[in-house]
Design a protein around this ligand. Structure first.
Ligand code: ADP
Length: 159
């Protein structure tokens, strides 16, 4: 059985993330979407909220499981028994950070490999931080996120 973990902050999940999960679900028998609890990023949504929104957005995609995780990603991968970490590459700007992280994770656990997927071209510009900014300024994020995520953003950011 082939398995992979797709880790991220998902603050919140966008159509770009979902596009990647759909692609991965065609390549692996099981894809675990790991929602990071401990992160240096200050998140807009709590871990519980992010997990709940990821579950709603990915509902119906087969062979996908959503799980929160804490601590080192490589340890979460090891606990799951998977040696494949999935990440997304949108543009050259993602590359340096992603390469550094992939190399460090391999240094920590040599049998773990990072696999990169690219989203559909029209999601190449999409990021959770831009979506949060648009929502905070009263813009329509409908084209970029699941309706439940759009509502959650309005409730959270447009007080
Ligand atoms: P992190 O804080 O771990 O970077 P993110 O939720 O921002 O978490 O992103 C998780 C992964 O999804 C990263 O590999 C990121 O490059 C990728 N990603 C984010 N947005 C998109 C998108 N629009 N298309 C493809 N991949 C994306």
């Amino acid at each position: 059985m082939t398995e992979a973990i797709y880790p991220g902050t998902f603050d919140p999940i966008t159509h770009g993330h979902t596009d990647l999960v759909q692609r991965a679900s065609r390549l692996f028998d099981r894809v675990v979407v790991g929602v990071a609890g401990s992160t240096w990023k200050q998140t807009t949504f709590t871990l519980e909220e992010r997990v709940a929104l990821v579950r709603v957005a990915l509902h119906g995609i087969e062979r996908v499981e959503v799980r929160p995780f804490d601590g080192l990603l490589v340890e979460a991968a090891r606990a799951l028994g998977t040696t494949v970490i999935l990440r997304g590459l949108r543009a050259v700007s993602d590359f340096e950070y992603e390469l550094q992280m992939a190399s460090m994770n391999r240094r920590l656990v040599p049998e773990v490999d990072t696999l990169f997927l690219t989203p559909a071209e029209h999601y190449g510009f999409l990021s959770a931080s831009l979506v949060r900014e648009i929502a905070a300024l009263g813009g329509d994020v409908g084209p970029f996120v699941h309706p439940a995520v759009a509502s959650a953003l309005v409730a959270k950011l447009q007080c």
